[in-house]
Ligand binder design. Structure first.
Ligand SMILES: [Zn+2]
Length: 496
């Protein structure tokens, strides 16, 4: 065994590599000086501490830690971009090679039907936007992409990573460096302006389309002409996608837009079977990126694509689909818009309810496995019941066949509604219109739920007050407690 490098300690048969003070990524290599033979033992990131077994190979007589950027250029690669037939459909495909992260080499695709094959192309932006947040999350240092990258998008992706780091990570987390040719040349003349929208059939998307129809004349460049409907994101089953496509096609015809059916395996870039990962990562970091990636694959035809916001301004939270995030996925040829931020969920529902056909084809339920032809809402889950409450308040629940039943009861609210920090504002805004609609029974059921939600549990209260109590004792000599401004005769203060 040669001399141990700094930060390396040798124990019985094991070696501790301690890089808590270092930055960057290091390759671990065992080395026999006589023969120059090397054994690669993977990588370790600066800031990490790890025990390694000393290889049993006797000929290994030294260990080296090589800074990744000094040894070999270590990077995620996006390469071999090509169009490929897949049955009657066409796919834009790229090979994704992970380097720092132990994930298999993968093929990422965006697919559409024969009818729209002529507008699909291997835009490198589509693959870069699809990969960037995963590369960042899994700690890849760099992405090398085949093809030219617009500096607008490159700057935007840096902006996104900075926000995500602020919201979800340690401030020391490295941003992913993007390596690709800068795009200098642009097609002149540019393609004609054409706007699209992600058209899922939900309240947000339908409200965006209806608001667009009300505000824009059909010859305005912002007038929506295409609806993008994607299989492989929240809808995964092919048969279910067929039901949704059939239902949305009726609305598309009525609104005078084309529906572009799209399939993608973008979710396979992460550990697909891990529901915790997807439940969290999708909402916090990936939704806006996934949708924007899909949009870029159609940049041959579309010059702007709208993503409908999930939150209105008073309720904006750090989120993957956010007014500061989605527009950052734009390039100079495709603008990503974040729409509907000035309308509350109830206001959006009202807008949609004035479009009768939309009321019949509404799709709000996330329980896609329960979908049937012509019935895309279970009528029993929290989201279904919340939407039914809004429609009841608007006096149109009786008119819609989108749910299995046409009435909402106090009992249903009690059973189906589970409050969380994110849906509480959506229930609060229903109280006044439901009261005005004479449904005091539903108001009562909602108010009961809200009261339970607002009342912090004893342990939670203890948890929240504990730091204040400590501060009071240490720094204020118990003056806060004595002042009794926050004190009741019982409760946790009484015990201190
Ligand atoms: Zn449902």
């Amino acid at each position: 065994m040669g001399e141990a490098p700094q930060g390396v300690k040798i124990f019985n048969g094991e070696i501790l590599i301690d890089l808590t003070g270092a930055s960057g990524t290091f390759h671990i290599e065992w080395f026999r000086s006589k023969t120059d033979k090397k054994v690669d033992s993977g990588v370790i990131a600066g800031g990490d501490k790890r025990f390694l077994k000393i290889p049993v190979y006797r000929w290994c007589n030294s260990l080296s830690l090589l800074r990744a950027d000094q040894s070999r250029r270590c990077r995620m690669r996006i390469e071999d971009l090509k169009l490929k037939k897949h049955a009657d459909n066409l796919r834009a495909v790229a090979t994704i090679i992970w380097e720092d992260c132990p994930r298999p080499t993968q093929e990422l695709y965006f697919e559409t039907t024969e009818e729209f094959a002529h507008i699909l192309w291997c835009d490198p932006h589509a693959f870069l936007v699809a990969c960037i947040m995963l590369a960042f999350h899994f700690g890849e240092e760099r992405i090398l992409i085949e093809g030219e990258i617009c500096p607008d998008l490159q700057n935007g992706l840096n902006t996104v990573m900075n926000w995500m780091r602020l919201w979800w990570y340690e401030p020391t987390k490295n941003l992913v460096e993007i390596e690709g040719k800068r795009r200098f040349k642009f097609q002149r003349p540019r393609i004609p302006d054409r706007a699209g929208v992600f058209f899922s059939g939900g309240i947000d998307a339908l409200a965006t389309l209806r608001a667009n129809r009300i505000s824009y004349t059909s010859d305005h460049p912002g007038s929506i002409k295409d609806g993008l409907l994607v299989c492989g994101l929240e809808i995964e089953e092919r048969s279910v996608f067929g039901y949704v496509l059939d239902s949305m096609s009726v609305l598309a015809k009525d609104a005078g837009i084309d529906i572009i059916p799209i399939d993608t395996n973008i979710r396979s870039l992460g550990p697909e079977t891990n529901e915790d990962f997807w439940g969290n990562f999708w909402l916090t970091e990936f939704m806006g990126a996934s949708l924007s990636a899909v949009a870029h694959a159609f940049s041959k035809r579309l010059t702007e694509v709208s993503i409908s916001s999930c939150h209105d301004i008073p309720n904006v939270i750090p989120y993957s689909s956010h007014p500061l995030i989605n527009p950052s996925y734009s390039s100079s040829s495709l603008r990503i818009r974040h729409e509907g931020i000035t309308l509350s969920r109830f206001e959006k529902t009202k807008l949609v309810s004035e479009w009768d056909l939309a009321l019949q084809h509404l799709r709000v339920c996330n329980k896609t496995k329960l979908y049937q032809a012509d019935l895309l809402n279970c009528g029993k889950c929290e989201k279904c019941v919340r939407t039914m409450l809004a429609l009841e308040a608007l006096g149109v629940l009786q008119k819609t066949g989108a749910f299995p039943v046409r009435e909402v009861t106090e009992d249903l609210v009690k059973k189906a509604v589970f409050l969380s920090r994110s849906n509480v504002p959506l229930y609060r805004e229903l109280i006044k219109p439901l009261r005005e609609a004479g449904r005091q029974d539903l108001v009562h059921a909602i108010e009961q739920k809200l009261a339970l939600f607002d009342r912090p549990s004893r342990s939670l209260r203890a948890l929240l007050l504990q730091p204040i109590i400590k501060f009071d004792e240490k720094r204020l000599g118990g003056r806060l407690r004595k002042g009794k401004r926050l004190i009741s005769s019982s409760g946790i203060w009484a015990h201190h």
